[in-house]
Design a protein around this ligand. Sequence first.
Ligand SMILES: [Ca+2]
Length: 175
Amino acid sequence: MSLHLELKKEYNRLNDTKKYDIIIERLKERGVELVDIAKITYDLQKPYVKDVTLEICLDHVDRVILKREVQHAVLVGIELDVLAEKKLLSEPLLSMLLGDYGLFGVDEVLAFSIVNVYGSIGFTNFGFVDKSKPGIIGRLDTEGKEEGKCNTFLDDIVGAIASAAASSIAHKYAQ
Ligand SMILES: [Ca+2]
C-alpha cells in the first residue's frame, strides 16, 4: 500500500473513531447507554449461544457502532428527533414525528440500514424487538409519547443496533 493510501486509511479510521465518540455522547444525551442496548442483545442471543455474556454483547454493540453506515444512520435519526422537539422542522413532517405517526415508516427504513450490516438474521431480531419493545426500547416509546418529546427515530435505532449486534454474535458463534 502506498503511503498516501495508508495515511488516508488512518485518517478514515480516526475519523470513524471520533464519530464513534460523538455518537456515544449523543445517545447518552438522549438517555441511552450502550449497556442498555447490550442487554437487549443478550436476551436475543442467550437462547442460542449459551456462553454469551453481557460483556461479549457490549463488545459487539461497539463493533456495530464503529461501522460508518451505522454511524450515519444514527446521526440522521437522532438529529431529526431533536429538531422535531425544538419544532425546527416544517409541516407536515413536524406533526408526523412529534405524534409518532404509525404509518410514517421512514424511522423503520432508516433502521434497516443498520440491521442490514449483518444480513438477514438481523431483520428477524429487529421485527421481534420492534413488537415486544424490551427494556430501554419500551422506556423510549413511553417517553416519546410525552408532550414535547420525540423518540420516533431513536427507538428503532436502538432496536436496530441491538439486533445487528445479535446477528454479529450469531455469525461468530454459530456451529
Ligand atoms: Ca419509531
